[in-house]
Design a protein around this ligand. Sequence first.
Ligand code: PPS
Length: 302
Amino acid sequence: MAKNKVEETRESEWNLITPGEISQVDGIVLEKNLCNIWDKIWDFQAKPDDLLIASYPKAGTTWTQEIVDLIQNNGDIEKSRRAPIHLRQPFLEWVRTANSGIDQANAMPSPRTLKTHLPVQLLPPSFWEKNCKIIYVARNIKDNMVSYYYFQKMNKGLPDPGSWDEYFETFLSGKVVWGSWFDHVKGWWKKKESHPILYLFYEEMMKHPKHEIRKVMEFLGKNLKEEILEEIIYNTSFDVMKKNPMTNYVNDVKMNHSLSPFMRKGMIGDWKNQFTEAQNKQCNESYEKNMADTSLSFCMEL
Ligand code: PPS
């Protein structure tokens, strides 16, 4: 059954209008096809019962999405396998020839769960006006950077990242798609002082899945039995999700999974296999400088 549902996703749904091209909105680098319809994104009308999952790319978005979907479906894995993740929870910035995340969201009955990677200042204002619940997930800069590098290599919808050494500089300068990691994680952290945002950390989800999943459940106003929570932990573990075609973008013609799988390693501290000593030092210096004005802190290794 799962296989047929994946095949139902028409190939044209995956075709980008301007693959790999970039432009900017308010100084933030974004995919060109998105910039071309920016007014449509900005004018998106959120509804009070929308739930938004926000993150910097590669921070654990899909993992959080699957946890949320399973909680909403009381742990029923068959229901969560009803469709690929981007059809269950529209991605606001998804712009393809055959559809867009905004059109998908507009056609979807409430209550809706939506996904975005937009930095806080670019989120359509209706989300604030309607006081929507938001879950933000953040991941430490080093693992996030490595994951994004391999994603840009395998996803032809994004610019070619160049060599690792080149990418390292681009990432630290904030000139990657969706902007600076520093500004993203800090901007959303600050916003939670004035808005209902559950701010999660990838590393905490790895270390204490039950605790973090329970937090999500309580934030969603649900109360699931212990055994259901255990099933959700199992079904959202890296190994199980890696085998789930509904969470792996298997039909995305822009993604070359043989270059690097969507679910790649799912680890804390894998950056040590990628960073040189000099890069680690440079990243630490940049981190200290850019994070001096925030109370946010991250676990970089176990
Ligand atoms: S995207 O494209 O921005 O939506 O990607 P995103 O889902 O945010 O991030 C993908 C990375 O998250 C890892 N991942 C997981 N890690 C642990 N457990 C689970 N269940 C899980 N699901 C996804 C995925 O492997 C990517 O990280 P890397 O380091 O590249 O493996």
